[in-house]
Design a binder for this molecule. Structure first.
Ligand code: FES
Length: 239
């Protein structure tokens, strides 16, 4: 067992920035594709969420026990209490089963503010060293039959969108590595799709690992395809 600080390899007096940095490092180290395991990956995620939610570190072990395979499942397929549901936002199910596609994401706002370019070969390496917050740069796991936008929202992120049906470009992301498949034809022309632009609201990963830049809706070729957010009651778009 151990404390969430132990799981992240930190001293118990580590501050929030240190927790974020340690999480970003550990989640890569324990990824199944890098010699880790699904269980270890989820445990690191739970430790990070436990600390960033401000929960008592001493209560982590009890939460770990309840995260085992005997955790009750509700009728809608979700498990545990509301707090546990939040804390397990990155889970793709209990146990040591297969991990869903892993997406490393980066906010285009950071690309712009640092003077980087989406086409930079070392874009994500630069993001790694820039000490960005997890809402700007990090890793998420997409569950089966889940779109990228739905996965991001499950993690609590507010990525842009409007129609949620492939009819605008508000939710566009640039796929730098891997691919997202879109089940219906969209407003994106061949030039945009050839440049790796995909719609996160209908896009599902078809590769195990992806790197994407989100929040690109103001890029040339996309801005004119955007819909005003006020057309959609629950839309989130940066107008
Ligand atoms: S939100 Fe309109 S296409 Fe995704």
């Amino acid at each position: 067992m151990g404390s969430p600080y132990d799981v992240l390899g930190l001293d118990a007096d580590a501050d929030e920035d240190a927790v974020v940095r340690a999480y970003r490092k550990r989640v890569k180290e324990v990824h199944p594709d890098h010699g880790g395991s699904v269980a270890a990956f989820k445990r690191v995620r739970r430790a990070y969420e436990h600390l960033t939610a401000g929960r008592d570190p001493a209560a982590f072990e009890a939460g770990e026990a309840s995260a085992g395979s005997d955790r009750p499942e509700s009728t809608d397929g979700r498990t545990g209490s509301a707090e546990e549901e939040v804390s397990s936002a990155g889970d793709t199910g209990d146990g040591d089963g297969e991990l869903g596609p892993t997406v490393e994401y980066l906010d285009y706002a950071a690309v712009e503010s640092y003077g980087w370019n989406i086409t930079d070969d070392d874009l994500f390496e630069k993001a790694e060293t820039a000490d960005l917050g997890v809402d700007t740069h990090g890793i998420l796991v997409v569950e089966p039959r889940e779109t990228l936008l739905e996965a991001a929202e499950r993690y609590g992120f507010s990525w842009p969108y409007a129609c949620r049906g492939g009819a605008c470009a508000n939710c566009a992301v640039a796929v730098v590595e891997g691919d997202l498949e879109m089940p219906v034809s969209t407003v994106l022309d061949d030039d945009l799709t050839d440049r790796g632009v995909r719609l996160s609201c209908i896009g599902e990963p078809v590769t195990d690992d992806l790197k994407i830049v989100f929040n690109i809706e103001h890029l040339p070729g996309l801005a004119e395809l955007r819909l005003p957010a006020e057309q959609f009651g629950s839309a989130r778009a940066d107008d």
